[in-house]
Structure formats: structure tokens, C-alpha cells
Design a protein around this ligand. Structure first.
Ligand code: URP
Ligand code: ZN
Ligand code: ZN
Length: 473
């Protein structure tokens, strides 16, 4: 088995940083050693197959993006990244594991949905991947099937309080599913927006001739998110189900989560880079149809209400536990443009899987989070939250050798012509400048990106079987 020494770097974990060498043996981390350590009197650097020089750089566990939608059928089209293109882009950006969403649609069986997603991903991925299960039709059969998800390595499922007629569950269905969640230990993931009320408001706006992408954000008001978040928390409280609210964007929703956590409930929140950097006015409100590039749900929030600053603060205080992308890319041409003249027909989603590690590192540079917190919210907590910790999310002996060498003196210019590997005809992050750079990415011991060169291969990525959350109190 090939051995690699990552030498001279600063190993950063969720709990600290230290000068250390990392010895990789095959697919695993074999040892974390004092710099320049010897083995049986021998200079380690001379006895391994490869030495990666990490002097002046950070050595961190590979990123884990726990919320992606590769080739998801949605909004009358399909997310434009396949498992092949999306995981390759993820690797470019220092992410070495994704957790994507298998889907049970209305009228379908849960295990058929899961099998279909295995088929889409198997042999296609550049990095490791796991699945959450979307339950789009809560009924006796799917409730029973939920009991078998853990045996399949799926320890979390997602419900939608939004999208009536598509994935929507009503309160009785949510209650029943959460009862199973509580019994099995499955994490309930919730899309918390009041879908029926949103649809009523969408109809009103369209009838008034308000058809631009901006009105997507108006219709999906923060009250819709706060109310649904509160309702989900109460149903979780009643049933005892652990709850993880996805793509949180409103500060009022964060306040609901924080209050529930203060109350001792196992309630967690995820935000995404778009809710930290982008706004209703600057992006959704862009000239003409441009705003469609940033139509996603929950929507971008008003900068005048300071949701973005509050979200950064929530990351510091652990009121929000982690950052995923909700990567769900669509091209402008032929996809987003389905909604010209009617914002409600714009497919919902933004593509960011490639840029999450960089965008969050910029938060370190800007003094918004610490270096250790960067690692925690992008890798360690996702691993613990979704039952992968020990194998993933940490630099320690026995863990998978998913390692990123990150250069704090490097630079990354994000843009379609510059650094873009996602299958999209635009970048939602065009023009963003990052004061750092992903130099080297190792996935289970294999270098997949090095010095701006892609060395990975389709099919290297393996399915990750997950256990129940290691984050519960
Ligand atoms: O706009 C979004 N978030 N698209 C993906 C589907 C979802 O709700 O996560
Ligand atoms: Zn969602
Ligand atoms: Zn999503």
C-alpha cells in the first residue's frame, strides 16, 4: 500500500492547531507526528513513497457537504450537475464527502427511491458519498420502510413543509414520521417554510403583475420560515424526535432554534453560504431576469434586516451548527428561464458545492469565525451530525485519509472563466475573491487535486454507510 507523508504543515482540527506531520498508509491516516519524526531511527520522509510539502499551509480534514442535490428532478427539469460533474467540482473545492438526497416521490416506495439514487451515483463519483432519504409521501408503507433505513446506512430523512403537491407533508404526516424518527434514532431533516401560505401569496403577487425573481423572496417571507420552524420544533418536542432544520436563512428562525436548544431539545440548524453573503436586494433584485440566478428556497433575505450578520454570529455562538451548500444547480438557459414572466416557475436552487470551503475560509480572514470553527462547521460537525465521525471529519489515526492542504497565502478568484468546474452556465459567486487556496485534496489516500491539476477519477468515490447522529445530547 502506498505511503504518503504530509510534512511541515499546521494541522487544524475543530479543537486546536499544531505543527505536525501526517502519515498516510493506503486509504487511512496512520499517524499524526511531531514534525520531523523518525521511525525506528529512520527519517520518515525518506521511507515513504511520496512526500507532500505543507510548509506554511493548513492541513485539515476534507470538507463534508451534507446537503447536495445532484441530478435532482425538480421544477420541471433536473439539477444540472450529475454525480460525476458535481463530485468532481466538489473535489476541486476541497470537499471529500457529500451527502445527497435520495427521493421517494408521491406514489413511490421508499426503498425504490433509494435504489434509484444508488444507481445514479454508483461508479460515477470522484469522492465519497452518502444519502439522506426524502420522504415525499408519508403513508403506512413509507412509515414502515423508514424502520429499515438504518440497515441501508441511511440515518436521516427529510420532510418538506413547503412545495404543496410535490414533496409537502401536512402536520399529521410530520407527526407520524417524527414518531418513527424518535423510535429509530433517525435524524428528521426539515425544510421549514409554510408552503400553503406561500402558495397563496405567490398567487396574489402574480395576479398583481409582480412576476420578477425578486418576488420569490417577497412571497417566501421570513414569517413563513419562522412559523414553520416553530411548528417543526414543537412537533419534535412532542414526539422526542431529533430535528435538523435545513437551509436556515431568517434570523427569526435561528431564534426559534436557539430557544429550543436552550430548552434542552435536540434541535439543530444548518445554513448555507448564500445566506451569509447574498441578499434579497443585491442578488434576487438584480436587473431584469438576472435575479433568477439566485432563486432558491428558503430565499435570500433582506440586507436591511441584517439576517446575514446574525447568521455569522449564530455560527460563532453555535446557535447554527454547520454549513452545507444545498447545491442544486440549474443553468440560466433552458432551465432558470422557464420562469421568465412568472417567478414561481423558476427552478429553485443555487450551485456552490465547489466554493463552500473557500467562502467559509474567507469568514476566517474577515474575522467572523476562527480557524478551528471553520473546520468544525465544514467537516467535523457534519461528520458527527450525520454519523460518520471517526472515519470522516477528523485528522487522527484510523480515520479515512481525506485531507486538504489549504494555503492561507494563496488566492482564489471565483468566476466562470477562472475556477468553475460545476455544470452551470453561470456562477452565483462570480467575482468573489478568496484570500486562500485549496492546494491539495486527498480522498481516501489518493491525491485527487494538486497544484490546480485534477488527478481524480470517476468511480473512486464510495458509498458511506452512516450510523445515527453522534451530536445528540
Ligand atoms: O432551492 C432549493 N433549496 N432547492 C433544492 C430543494 C430544497 O428544498 O432543498
Ligand atoms: Zn429544502
Ligand atoms: Zn436542498
Amino acid at each position: 500500500m502506498a505511503t504518503t507523508l504530509i510534512s511541515g504543515g499546521t494541522v487544524v482540527t475543530a479543537t486546536g492547531r499544531s505543527a505536525a506531520d501526517v502519515l498516510v498508509d493506503g486509504e487511512k491516516i496512520a499517524a499524526v507526528l511531531a514534525p520531523g519524526s523518525t521511525l525506528l531511527g529512520q527519517d520518515l520522509a525518506r521511507s515513504v513513497d511520496t512526500v507532500l510539502d505543507a510548509a506554511g499551509k493548513y492541513v485539515i480534514p476534507g470538507g463534508i457537504d451534507a446537503h447536495t442535490h445532484m441530478q435532482m428532478p425538480f421544477g420541471g427539469t433536473e439539477a444540472s450537475d450529475t454525480f460525476e460533474t458535481g463530485t468532481r467540482a466538489a473535489a476541486w473545492g476541497g470537499t471529500t464527502t457529500i451527502v445527497d438526497f435520495a427521493i421517494q416521490r408521491y406514489g413511490e416506495r421508499v426503498m425504490d427511491g433509494l435504489a434509484a439514487w444508488h444507481e445514479k451515483a454508483a461508479g460515477e463519483c470522484a469522492i465519497d458519498y452518502g444519502f439522506h432519504q426524502i420522504i415525499g409521501d408519508v403513508n403506512d408503507d413509507s412509515l414502515k420502510a423508514m424502520n429499515s433505513l438504518l440497515d441501508e446506512g441511511v440515518s436521516s430523512y427529510k420532510l418538506f413543509m413547503a412545495y404543496p403537491g410535490v414533496f409537502y407533508s401536512d402536520d399529521a404526516q410530520i407527526y407520524k414520521a417524527m414518531r418513527v424518527g424518535a423510535e429509530t434514532g433517525l435524524m428528521t431533516m426539515m425544510h421549514a417554510e409554510n408552503g400553503p401560505a406561500i402558495d397563496a401569496m405567490v398567487a396574489e403577487l402574480l395576479a398583481q403583475g409582480k412576476t420578477d425573481p425578486y418576488y420569490h423572496g417577497v412571497a417566501r417571507a421570513w414569517q413563513m420560515e419562522e412559523e414553520a420552524t416553530h411548528r417543526a420544533i414543537m412537533l419534535a418536542n412532542l414526539t422526542g424526535a431529533p430535528l435538523y432544520v435545513v437551509h436556515v436563512s431568517a434570523k427569526q428562525a435561528v431564534e426559534q432554534l436557539a430557544a429550543a436548544r436552550d430548552n434542552g431539545q435536540n434541535v439543530f440548524g444548518e445554513t448555507c453560504p448564500q445566506y451569509l453573503y447574498l441578499s434579497l436586494e443585491d442578488q434576487l433584485g438584480a436587473e431584469g431576469f438576472e435575479g433568477a440566478k439566485w432563486v432558491c428556497s428558503t430565499p435570500l433575505r433582506s440586507k436591511h434586516e441584517h439576517h446575514q450578520d446574525h447568521m455569522w454570529q449564530s455560527l460563532r455562538t453555535n446557535d447554527i451548527q454547520m454549513v452545507a451548500t444545498d447545491h442544486c444547480p440549474f443553468c440560466m438557459k433552458g432551465q432558470k428561464d422557464l420562469g421568465v414572466g412568472d417567478f414561481s416557475k423558476i427552478p429553485n436552487g443555487i450551485g456552490s458545492v465547489e466554493h463552500r470551503m473557500d467562502l467559509m475560509y474567507q469568514g476566517v480572514v474577515d474575522g467572523k469565525i476562527s480557524l478551528e470553527r471553520w473546520v468544525e462547521i465544514t467537516s467535523t460537525t457534519p461528520a458527527r451530525m450525520f454519523g460518520m465521525y471517526g472515519t470522516k471529519g477528523v485528522i487522527a489515526p484510523g480515520a479515512d485519509a481525506d485531507v486538504v492542504i489549504y494555503d492561507p497565502n494563496g488566492h482564489t478568484s471565483i468566476g466562470l472563466e477562472k475556477t468553475h468546474h460545476m455544470n452551470m452556465d453561470y456562477s452565483a459567486w462570480e467575482g468573489y475573491e478568496i484570500e486562500g487556496h485549496v492546494d491539495t485534496v486527498m480522498s481516501r489516500g489518493k491525491v485527487v487535486v494538486n497544484n490546480n491539476e485534477y488527478l481524480g477519477s470517476k468511480g473512486h468515490g464510495q458509498y458511506v454507510r452512516r450510523s445515527t447522529s453522534q451530536y445528540l445530547v
